[in-house]
Design a protein around this ligand. Structure first.
Ligand code: PA5
Length: 436
C-alpha cells in the first residue's frame, strides 16, 4: 500500500476534525462503489483493473509487438484524458529522456502529438519522423476534438504518401468510442485496427484502457503487471476505515480546503514524476473544479522548483497545502566523491549517497514549509515497478471520486471544457457554430 503520512498537517487541523469526517468519507466511498451518486454512468473505470489477461489486452500486446517490430518511431495522437496517462506512465517508468535510449526497430521512439496547436511542435515532429519507419495511434473518445483531429489528418497523409494507402493501414491504430464519432467512422471505413474506450469511462479515468495500455506496451511496460497492480489496489483500497490511505488523503485535502487552503501543490523529488503530476492535475482539476468549488491542483518538481517557487511556497499567501510524493531509492546508488583540493568545499559529503542528500533536502523542505504555515501530506509510494504504476493510477482515481463527492460535486462530468471549444469553433467558422 502507498503510505500516507498526515503528521505534518496538525496545527491547522486536529484529530477530532479527522474523526468527525469519518462518516462523510465513508458515505462518499459508498457513493463511488455502489454507484448511487451523480455521474454514476461514468463508473466504468472501477471495473478495468484485472488479474486476467483479457482478449482486449492480448490484442493490445499483439499490436504493440507489431508496432515495435515495424517502427523506429510511434506517434500517439491525443489530448487531455486521451494523452496525459500514457505519457505520465512512460516518463515515470523510463524518465523524461526516454527517447534518447530509443530509435530502432524493436525499440521505437515514442512521440506525442495532437496535444497543442503549435506549428513549431508540428514541424519538429515531422523532422523527427523524416526517413523513419513509423506507426501511429489516433486516440479520441469523441473522435472530434480539434487538436488531435488536425494531427490525425496530417499523419494519415504522411503515412499514405510513404507506404501507400493499403500498407499504411497496418500502421494505424484508432482508440475511440465503440460506436460514435468521426474517428470511429474513419477507422471503420478505412479498415484500421481499433480499440475501444468504453462509453462509461471518462477521458481522465481512461488510462487503464487501450488509451494508456497500448502506448505503455509499445514502450515495453508489462501491462499485465500494471493491471494486476491496479486490481490489487482495488482490493486493498476498499478498506472502509482511516487505515485506508485513500481515505486519509481524500479526507485531509477536504478538511484543509475547508480551513481556507484553496490550492494543492503536488510535489516530488523525482523529475520522472512531472507528467504524472500533469495527469493528476487533470484528474482532480476536471473532476472537482465546478459549481464555484474545487481545490486548485498545481504541481512542482523539487528540488528544481525550490529555487524558483520555493519563496512563494514559504512566504507567499497562506492559501496552499502540499502533497509530497516519495519513492524508494534507485537500486544503483551514486556516491559523492572526494576531491583533494576541495575548492568547492564539498568533501564533507564524501562517501554520502545522492539519496542521502536528497533525503535531507526532503526533510529540510517539509520542516521549512510546515514552519511557514503550509501543511504537508506525505505519500510514500515505495519501490517503483509496473504493478506499482497500476496501483498509483487506481489510488488517485479512487481518491478523486471520494474527494469530489465529499466536496459535493459530480466527479465525472466536465461541462466547462466545452466552453473554449465552442468559442473556438465559432471563431474558426465551423459549420453549425456560426456566430449569431
Ligand atoms: O477529460 C476530458 O473529457 C477531456 O480532457 C478530454 O479527454 C479531451 O478533451 C480529449 O477528448 P477526446 O478524447 O474526446 O478527444
Amino acid at each position: 500500500m502507498i503510505k500516507v503520512d498526515i503528521s505534518n498537517v496538525w496545527g491547522l487541523l486536529a484529530l477530532p476534525d479527522l474523526l468527525a469526517a469519518e462518516k462523510e468519507v465513508s458515505a462518499a466511498h459508498n457513493t463511488v462503489m455502489d454507484g448511487s451518486g451523480e455521474g454514476n454512468d461514468f463508473l466504468g473505470w472501477l471495473n478495468l483493473p484485472t488479474r486476467e489477461t483479457t482478449q482486449e489486452m492480448r490484442r493490445i500486446m499483439d499490436a504493440a509487438k507489431a508496432i515495435r517490430e515495424s517502427s523506429e518511431a510511434f506517434v500517439v495522437v491525443g489530448i487531455g484524458g486521451s494523452y496525459l496517462g500514457p505519457r505520465a506512465a512512460i516518463e515515470l517508468m523510463e524518465g523524461p529522456n526516454y527517447n534518447l535510449k530509443r530509435g530502432t526497430k524493436g525499440n521505437p521512439r515514442i512521440f506525442f502529438a495532437g496535444n497543442n496547436l503549435s506549428t513549431r511542435a508540428w514541424n519538429d515532429l515531422v523532422e523527427q519522423l523524416e526517413g523513419k519507419d513509423f506507426s501511429v495511434a489516433f486516440i479520441s473518445k469523441s473522435g472530434t476534438t480539434t487538436e488531435p483531429a488536425i494531427a490525425t489528418r496530417a499523419l494519415r497523409w504522411m503515412l499514405e504518401r510513404k507506404y501507400g494507402s493499403e500498407v499504411s493501414k497496418s500502421r494505424i491504430f484508432a482508440i475511440t468510442d465503440p460506436e460514435k464519432g468521426a474517428l470511429r467512422q474513419m477507422a471503420q471505413e478505412e479498415g484500421w485496427e481499433t480499440f475501444t474506450i468504453p462509453q462509461n469511462v471518462g477521458g481522465r479515468f481512461s488510462v487503464l484502457t487501450a488509451v494508456g495500455l497500448l502506448p505503455m506496451a509499445v514502450a515495453g511496460i508489462d501491462i499485465e503487471a500494471v493491471m494486476a497492480g491496479a486490481a490489487e489496489a482495488k482490493q486493498c483500497y476498499d478498506l472502509r476505515s482511516f487505515e485506508n490511505p485513500v481515505w486519509l488523503y481524500a479526507a485531509i485535502r477536504n478538511l484543509l480546503n475547508r480551513k481556507g487552503k484553496e490550492i494543492e501543490l503536488l510535489t516530488s523529488f523525482e523529475p520522472a514524476f512531472k507528467m504524472m503530476g500533469g495527469w493528476w492535475q487533470q484528474l482532480f482539476g476536471e473532476s472537482e473544479g465546478k459549481d464555484g468549488m474545487g481545490i486548485f491542483p498545481v504541481t512542482a518538481e523539487f528540488t528544481a522548483d525550490l529555487h524558483s517557487l520555493g519563496q512563494m511556497i514559504q512566504q507567499g499567501k497562506r492559501n496552499l497545502f502540499e502533497t509530497m510524493v516519495r519513492f524508494a531509492p534507485d537500486a544503483n546508488a551514486v556516491t559523492v566523491g572526494s576531491d583533494y583540493k576541495n575548492l568547492d568545499g564539498l568533501n564533507y559529503l564524501e562517501g554520502k549517497t545522492l539519496d542521502f542528500v536528497d533525503e535531507q533536502a526532503f526533510r529540510g523542505t517539509v520542516a521549512a514549509h510546515v514552519d511557514g504555515g503550509v501543511p504537508v501530506i506525505t505519500m510514500d509510494v515505495g519501490q517503483l515497478n509496473d504493478a506499482k504504476l497500476g496501483e498509483i493510477f487506481y489510488f488517485f482515481e479512487l481518491a478523486c471520486g471520494i474527494s469530489a463527492y465529499m466536496l459535493g460535486v459530480n466527479p465525472f462530468n466536465q461541462p466547462g471544457v466545452e466552453f473554449y471549444k465552442r468559442n473556438m469553433f465559432q471563431l474558426l467558422g465551423k459549420p453549425g457554430y456560426e456566430q449569431k
